[in-house]
Every structure is written in C-alpha cells, then in structure tokens.
Design a protein around this ligand. Structure first.
Ligand code: PNW
Length: 445
C-alpha cells in the first residue's frame, strides 16, 4: 500500500539531547544542566554537537530522502531567563537552521518545549508555578514572530506525562521531585501551557497547524480480573492528557481517584479547561511500547505495571517490541478522539557498533521499523488519518538520565570523534521513503 503523496517522512531529535554548545551564544543553563551536574551523570554539554554540525546532519537527512525534521527550540537559548529579554543570537541560530532545512526540501517541525526549562524559571517555582505557563505563552509568541512565516506545523509541550511523573513523582528526570500532588499540579500547568500556546498560534498564525506530542501506552489487563486496573492505568497515563486536550475535560474517574489521594485539585481554575481544550489540528503520538497491568497497588497507586512478558520480543533497553499494540493505539485514538495523527516519535534501542569496514548492522531496528509501519498502514486502512511518521531518532544521542549508552539513532554517532555513520536501518528507511510504501528488509539490512 502507498502512503498519501504529502505524507511526512522524517526523524526527530530534541535540543538538549543533541545540540551541545550549552554555554554558547548566550544560552543560559536549563534544569537538565543542573540535574545532570548534580548527579554526576552524562550531560548534554557536547551531545552530538548538532548546534555546529546541523548543516551536515541536514545533508544526511536530505540524502535519505526525508521531507520533515522534528527538532526542538531551546527556551534557554531564545529567552535565557525564562521571561524578559530575547537573545538575538539564539533566534539567529534557529533562523539559519530553518532556512537550511527548507533549502534542502525538509519541512521544519519544531517542538516549543522538550524539557529544557531555563534554570531561572525553575528558581522562580518552575512548572509548579502557574506563572511558568504564562511565561511559556510569551516565549511561544517570540518563536511565532521569528519563525512563523516558514513553519507550517508546530508542536507545543513534549510528553507532559513523562515530565510530571518521571520529573515530579518518581524523581528520575529533572528536577528530580517525588510528590504525587506536585506531579498532578505540574501536569495541569504543562497542559495549560499547551493550551495558551495553541491560542497564540491560532491568533498569530491562523494558517499553521499545531498540536501536542503525547507519550501514549496501549494498556492491557494481565488477566480478565485486571480490567479495572488497566482502565485506571490508562486513565493515569493516557486519558488524563488526551481528554482535556481533545474533549476539554479531565476524566471523571481520575479526578475522583486523585482527589481521594491528594485532596482537592484546587489549582484547576474556572476556564482552564476551555484553554486546554482549544481544538488542535493534530495529535502527536510518541509510541514505544505497550503496558500490561495487574490489580495490585504499587507506589501509592491502585495498580501495578508489569515487566516484559516472557517470550515477547524486546529492544535492547528491555521495552517490549509489539507492533500490534501500535496498531491498536492508533485505531483507538481514531475512534475515541477522531483527530488527525502525526507519529512524532517511534523507535527503540539497538546498540550496533561499526564493523571493521565502518558498517553499522542494526538489523533489529530495520525489522522493527518495517513492522511498525505495517501496523500504521493497517490502522490507516481502518480509517485512522495519519499525517506522517517521524522516527526517534535521527542520531544516537543523550537518552536523558540513561546517558549515551542507549542508541536510538538511524545514524551512528562516534562519541569521541562525532563522526556520523548512516546505519543499515537508515538505508532501509530511505528505500521505504523512496517507494512511499513499506518495502521488504533486504538480507543484512
Ligand atoms: C521520550 N519512560 O522520552 C522523549 O520524548 C525522547 O526525548 C526520548 O529520547 C525518547 O522518548 C526515548 O526514550 C521518554 O521511561 C523517556 O516511560 C522515558 C520514558 C518515556 C519516554
């Protein structure tokens, strides 16, 4: 089956994970600089040096036939103190990059916020403060003024579930807090930031299309008796974000649960859900794996997310590799919310290194890519409206608190020399893009 002629084919990155150059051209520190320094873990100080090497990276994308690139704008480069003065050198960088992409026939798909909050904003309360959502709206206006003439598709706030839960409940991501109420509060402010940005985009660039990229996990009961637990976990991770964005309301079952666990959600003010529910043009889908859930309390919540199931294929980070769940998710989103879908992330860890001839045989990624694209195309046959597929990631990069050891890239990056090597999976992907159809993986590809 062929994909629509205007289907977006490309890859994704985010600023802190690839750029490096953290102290250059007026960039101020972000919460991820602070978090990685505080824990002594791999940082984005150099990353893939994409800040300087983006022209060569854009040449690679063009060479592979990609027509879209999802990257993120670094708030601490553009408005270094979070609010107040704009940094012209920060704007100039993305200005050149957006022009450079367009010159190569690549549509820029910028994300406004991919987790690198200016440390100065954190010092004033960060996402626990409603003022940060207002500051984000002002920063969004700066970006729209600067780039809105050339950017047809905007993405707002990447994965508010991951930020709120890993950053504020489990302490695994910046800023490393561990409080359930705080995480629900932060999730609300992130959603509010998304809604305020949608309103700015609507008024300043009415022709642009925009939406939010959510991390979504198709969730299955481990056994029949676990159906209610699975519904709870789905509510916690998926519906808590989908429903306000696409229906303008928080799901009632989850409101009840949260109020029981943390008290009244009094930070939700009248009118907030109208803002958050500003109808987006698309939903960004970040899909990696499915979840199985059992009815047993864990970490203060009334269900347990199980580990990988025996006998089910996994990526090298242990995530179950289940393309059928991707299909189920897309069909469900189509039925429940009816919005056009853009795959803003999909991929996995396959840690292949160059052989003596410099070839990177990451065959596992090629096969997973093919099977996920087949799942996507089956969902399209069943009515899902799909705008494009952006693979995570273009480059091996900083996998946040996990460091550089987990390679998600279509393109291998040598950590010492920064040398780029197009992996076998990228060659496979280039053949898919050229055919605009899911081709077979060739032997040794
Ligand atoms: C997403 N989890 O992050 C992000 O958008 C990317 O920046 C990241 O590199 C990619 O997925 C791969 O992980 C996630 O533990 C990080 O559930 C962690 C989780 C989910 C998504």
């Amino acid at each position: 089956m062929n994909f629509p002629p205007d289907f977006l084919w490309g890859a994704a990155t985010s600023a802190y994970q690839v750029e490096g150059a953290v102290a250059e051209d007026g960039r101020a520190p972000s919460i991820w600089d602070t978090f990685t320094a505080g824990r002594g873990i791999d940082s984005g100080e150099v990353a893939c040096d994409h800040y300087h090497r983006w022209p060569a990276d854009a040449d690679l994308m063009a060479g592979l036939g990609m027509n879209a690139y999802r990257f993120s704008l670094a708030w601490p480069r553009i408005v270094p103190a979070g609010t107040g003065p704009v940094n012209p050198a920060g704007l100039a960088h993305y200005d050149r990059m957006i022009d450079g992409l367009l010159e190569r026939g690549i549509t820029p798909v910028p994300t406004l916020y991919h987790w690198d909050l200016p440390q100065a904003s954190q010092d004033r309360g960060g996402w626990e403060s409603r003022a940060t959502a207002e500051a984000f709206a002002a920063y969004t206006e700066v970006c729209l003024d600067a780039f809105g003439d050339r950017v047809p598709t905007w993405l707002t706030v990447n994965e508010p579930w991951v930020v709120s839960v890993l950053g504020y409940r489990l302490g695994l991501h910046a800023p490393g807090e561990t409080d359930l109420r705080g995480s629900v509060l932060v999730a609300h402010h992130l959603l509010l930031a998304h809604g305020l940005a949608m309103q700015r985009i609507r008024s300043l660039r009415p022709a642009a299309r925009a939406g939010i990229p959510l991390s979504l996990y198709p969730t299955y009961p481990a056994a029949d008796a676990d159906a209610e637990a699975a519904r709870g976990s789905d509510g916690y991770t998926n519906r808590w974000f989908l429903d306000p964005v696409l229906r303008g309301e928080y799901p009632a079952d989850m409101v009840e649960l949260f109020e029981r666990l943390v008290g009244p959600l009094d930070f939700v003010r009248p009118g907030d859900l109208d803002v958050i529910g500003t109808r987006p043009d698309l939903l960004g889908v970040n899909y990696y794996t499915r979840r199985r859930v059992a009815a047993a309390p864990q970490d203060g919540l009334p269900w347990r997310v199980l580990g990988a199931e025996e006998g089910v294929p996994r990526t090298e980070s242990g995530w179950e590799d289940v393309p059928d769940a991707f299909h189920d998710l897309l069909v469900r989103l189509h039925h429940d919310y009816g919005t056009p879908l853009l795959i803003t992330e999909n991929g996995g860890v396959w840690n292949a290194e160059p052989d003596a001839a410099g070839r990177v045989r990451d065959t596992g990624r090629s096969h997973a890519l093919r099977r996920h694209l087949l799942a996507l195309s089956r969902a399209m046959d069943e009515g899902a409206r799909m705008l494009g597929y952006l693979h995570w990631s273009l480059l091996d990069n900083l996998e946040w608190a996990e460091g550089y050891a987990r390679r998600f890239g279509l393109v291998h990056v040598d950590r010492t020399t920064q040398e780029r090597r197009v992996k076998d999976s990228a060659c496979y992907y280039a053949r898919v893009i050229a055919a605009n159809s899911v081709v077979e993986v060739e032997e040794d590809e």
